[in-house]
Design a protein around this ligand. Sequence first.
Ligand code: FES
Ligand code: FES
Length: 199
Amino acid sequence: MKNSLPRTTESLTHQCRDECSEFPRREVPQSHGNESVVRGLPVSLRVNGEPYELHIPPWRTLLEVLRENLCLTGTKRSCQEGQCGACTVLLDGKPINSCLYLAVEAQGKEILTIEGLSRSAGGLHPVQKSFVEKGAIQCGFCTPGLVLATVALLDQNPNPSEDEVRKAVVGHLCRCTGYVQIVEAILGAAGEMAAEGGR
Ligand code: FES
Ligand code: FES
């Protein structure tokens, strides 16, 4: 059963140490006498419909907090410069590069990661199914970001043209597929979701 109590920095830190081989990837800066700065600001986040009460240093990006504090490693870390789209999550339904977004600024917004998308769909979301069926996944590193960008696109424009699809994913780099299957998967998902009456 889902626990509706907010989870805290301390409990999540232990969980991540136990579960996540990447934790911790980044050194905590030395305090230089100001512990509150290092421990971080109290921040309430809502991620995948669940509340979290955290202490977050003001310089931590949303990507770092998702991966290293919440152990949501479906959001990928690659360029960390806003160039590749691998770190894309939805903030109030809009795609953002979480590597460029400070976690403290996400307070009061709904954050959706790839883990939350599958959970809310009760299995694979139609966009994920379409990516699998059309062979739009090889190594899969770009896939979570592309899937979430597609969900946002189809939410705004359920029947996009090929041109509109290509524009929507222009900030997403894929080293494997050559993009043809990705475009086919997005158009396929749009058709499937329209046939199902949206989702
Ligand atoms: S890791 Fe964020 S855009 Fe590349
Ligand atoms: S499937 Fe490998 S980077 Fe896109």
